[in-house]
Design a protein around this ligand. Sequence first.
Ligand SMILES: [Zn+2]
Length: 192
Amino acid sequence: MVPQEIMDEMRRIGRMLESRGLILSARSGNISMRSGNRIFIKRSGAMMGYLRDEDIVEAEISDENPEGASVEYKVHRAIYLNTDFKAVIHAHTPYAIVESMAGKDIEPIDAEGRYYFQKIPVLDVKKAISSDEVVEKIPSVIEKYGVAVVRAHGTFAAAMNLEDAFSRITEVESACMIRYLCRKGGSECSTG
Ligand SMILES: [Zn+2]
């Protein structure tokens, strides 16, 4: 049984992820929360903007492959096993995906972006979805930066609660959108 306050918070954040355009395809992305030794995570294929009670899967942190859980469960679990974070969001944030295509860490060029990030780390891995390479690499990166973008796939953010993880997702997308628009707008966009 998923506690009501966890259900409510996952539903609230899921709605915001969709309404803000932080996921574009309705069933993509995943969110999770850790409470003690339990992980609550979005069901694979559930609609992010319309999470029903049955769309949250409850697992023991010792579970390697709980039935029905998001295909990125193993990445969420690796973050919980190796850091103190209590909430993880993964979203197919369009501008961060575009800016990650070069496979290099992303340097924000605007004041807010630079305030939050010296750089936004990009994981350039062979397999981007449900990836053992991401499982291996992401904990140390996300512990240091709070975020990581998997090249050509999407952003992961982790925090002590779901709202702060959501905030990090928006901060990454804001910095990446401004970089992109600045280039396309023909302005002088110096990162120096
Ligand atoms: Zn994904």
